[in-house]
Design a protein around this ligand. Sequence first.
Ligand SMILES: Nc1ncnc2c1ncn2[C@@H]1O[C@H](COP(=O)(O)OP(=O)(O)OP(=O)(O)O)[C@@H](O)[C@H]1O
Ligand SMILES: [Mg+2]
Length: 195
Amino acid sequence: MMTLRGKHSTVFVKEGVARKVFHPEFRFNFWKEARFLAALQPFHFVPRLYAIIPEKLIVEMEFVEGETIGEIIRTGDADEIKFTALRTAEICRTLDMLGIQKEEMNHPDKHVIVSWSGESTKWSPECVNVKLIDFERSKESGKPSNLTQFIVYLLRKRIVVNRKDEIISLLKSYKATYSEEVYRKIINLLMESFK
Ligand SMILES: Nc1ncnc2c1ncn2[C@@H]1O[C@H](COP(=O)(O)OP(=O)(O)OP(=O)(O)O)[C@@H](O)[C@H]1O
Ligand SMILES: [Mg+2]
């Protein structure tokens, strides 16, 4: 058994299951984690939910194997970083469309977990598998900023280095419209802006 300590919970890991036990003072965070993980089960970018035990403030879920995005950025090669960033941006767009503000996408180092299917030596956009963990601060929002926050993170980490001003101005119109057209432009520009 492995024990991981968060600020709001202790996570016990055993046989592929992560049992997140919230501290009593964070019972509202427990409900948010349970609620948003349940709502997002139709999507593949969150851990499978196994059990919610309110009287013990426990959320039991799949333990997601892989490297964190923080590690990928520190040690990955250019393609690994690029495919991870693009897939994560796509997930952020989905959350924006659902009106779910995950929070903390401006510092997601430990909460985006990446693995690869297929040949491990040959990264491709199709074989990257990205999952987001930790929804205890999520909320519904009419103005979600998951994508914006995540791109600001990429800029800060100097993953995205070219045409920064254009990206920032597109992010402003994205925030006003959330239009598919602006989103597409952002993704196309991102693809040309990596280090
Ligand atoms: N489903 C999971 N799969 C893989 N690792 C997990 C999972 N849930 C938690 N972890 C690990 O346990 C750590 C703590 O979990 P989490 O961040 O959810 O706790 P927290 O109490 O919300 O922490 P914080 O206060 O830092 O946000 C994570 O950084 C991660 O390493
Ligand atoms: Mg947390």
